[in-house]
Design a protein around this ligand. Structure first.
Ligand code: FAD
Ligand code: UDP
Length: 378
């Protein structure tokens, strides 16, 4: 073995594929019983509808290197993500666009008129100097739209005061003064034609790659554990960085999600892939209806059944799956301490969402793995 990779998500698999293609022998371990990390999907057995096990995953990128790379393993459908939100029983388009603004104010503002209005409503804060999620959101869309669509949704999603959340969280959503309601701004977008698992399996399908599932790096009862391998073989570690150091600098805060999946005896439950629920009195943040991610599969998906998944968010306990870094000021201070410790680990590189404590989209995880391969490993 030339390289041990802990974690078979997109970060780990990209490193594995690059190393294997350049003639190195690689072992990938994962504590789960499947590869692919959080992007893993499987066909729900009763309906055959592809379900994203760890929450809906939409691929999008503006990075030509990443786009060329991912197309080696899969083709993509023409899917373009659009989201709607239910506020007080009325459905509005997201991200906030001229359609949302005009529907909310029951008006017919032109783009310039809407800009003037939002500017007046946003007067308390300025986009450039806004230091947290609440200030940034109000600066971008004004207080009334913030209170309707962002405040309570964010409270459900993060259970953290929006004043303590970084402004970047809300910068993920564009604000548009036209009727374009595409969720993402990126050049390329789509879903893997044959599903995520076929894509992921192709990345791992190389004679130089051995995959060991159900293998936890911290489990000393199996051969490839931390104490037996660090310093003996180069390692790329994509698990949680705090866990690697036994939480010595304090645990980093994560949000986890609970998914409530249901098969319903109707052909179409909500008419769209994702419906957000903006209000505090609905306990879940959104409902996914998976058949709508693949309209091109209409002839093989059932017309009298559908699979929906309600998504609930809460703080992760020690045994929960960490999904979203909360990233408060305390967390950032702890992360700096962990980064210092990481520098001292001989031949161990930390990567990916968990290993760097960053919210990375798939294209970012793949892009940063390609950079790590080219700049630090190759
Ligand atoms: P992961 O996919 O988390 O993989 C890490 C792997 O390491 C896991 O398989 C884990 O089991 C393994 N591991 C951890 N600890 C150990 C250990 N001790 N021993 C062995 N193995 C270990 N991105 C998008 O581009 N579009 C989206 O729509 C999107 N939606 C998302 C929705 C949710 C709910 C979440 C959580 C993420 C979403 N993402 C999305 C982000 C996407 O999942 C990540 O970019 C991608 O999974 C990052 O890959 P990764 O390899 O860094 O981490
Ligand atoms: N958000 C919100 N209302 C919505 C959708 C998003 O307040 O209807 C906020 C929320 O704080 C969320 C952030 O915008 O965490 C980013 O949204 P995105 O849809 O990118 O979140 P993700 O899909 O990563 O959960």
């Amino acid at each position: 073995m030339d390289l041990l990779i802990v974690g078979s998500g997109f970060f780990g698999l990209t490193i594995a594929e690059r190393a294997a293609s350049s003639g190195r022998k690689v072992v990938v371990i994962d504590r789960r019983h499947h590869i692919g990390g959080n992007a893993y999907s499987e066909d729900e057995p009763e309906t055959g509808i592809e379900v994203h096990r760890y929450g809906a995953h939409l691929f999008h990128t503006s990075n030509p290197t990443v786009w060329e790379y991912v197309n080696r393993f899969t083709t993509f459908t023409g899917y373009q993500h659009r989201v709607y939100t239910n506020h007080r029983g009325v459905v509005f388009p997201l991200p906030i666009n001229l359609g949302t603004i005009n529907q909310f104010f029951a008006a017919a503002y032109s783009p310039d008129e809407a800009k003037v209005l939002i500017h007046e409503l946003a007067g308390e804060f300025d986009v450039k100097s806004a230091v947290n999620l609440e200030e940034k959101a109000i600066a971008l869309i004004g207080r009334p739209l913030y209170e309707a669509f962002i405040r309570d949704y964010t409270a459900k999603q993060w259970q953290t005061d929006p004043k303590n959340l970084p402004a970047e969280v809300i910068s993920r959503l564009p604000v548009r003064y036209n009727y374009d309601n595409r969720y993402f701004n990126d050049t390329w977008e789509g879903l893997p034609t044959q599903g995520y698992t076929a894509w992921i399996e192709r990345m791992a399908d190389h004679p130089n790659i051995d995959v060991c599932l159900g293998t936890d790096f911290f489990d000393e009862s199996q051969p490839l554990h931390k104490a037996a391998t660090v310093g003996e073989v180069p390692i790329v570690y994509t698990g949680p960085i705090d866990r690697y150091f036994d939480d010595s600098e304090g645990a980093l805060a994560w949000r986890t999600l609970d998914f409530d999946q249901e098969i319903l005896p109707v052909g179409d439950f909500q008419g769209t892939p994702v419906m957000n629920y903006a209000d505090a009195d609905v306990p879940f943040t959104r409902i996914h209806e998976f058949k709508h991610f693949h309209p091109e599969r209409a002839d093989r998906y059932p017309t009298d059944k559908t699979v929906i998944m309600r998504e609930f968010s809460r703080f992760a306990e020690h045994e929960d799956e960490p999904y979203y870094p909360v990233n408060t000021a305390d967390d950032r201070a702890r992360l700096l301490a962990y980064r210092e410790l990481a520098k001292g680990e001989k031949d161990v590189l930390f990567g990916g969402r968990l290993g760097t404590y960053q919210y990375l989209d798939m294209h970012m995880a793949i892009g940063s793995a390609l950079s790590m391969w080219n700049n630090q490993i190759a």
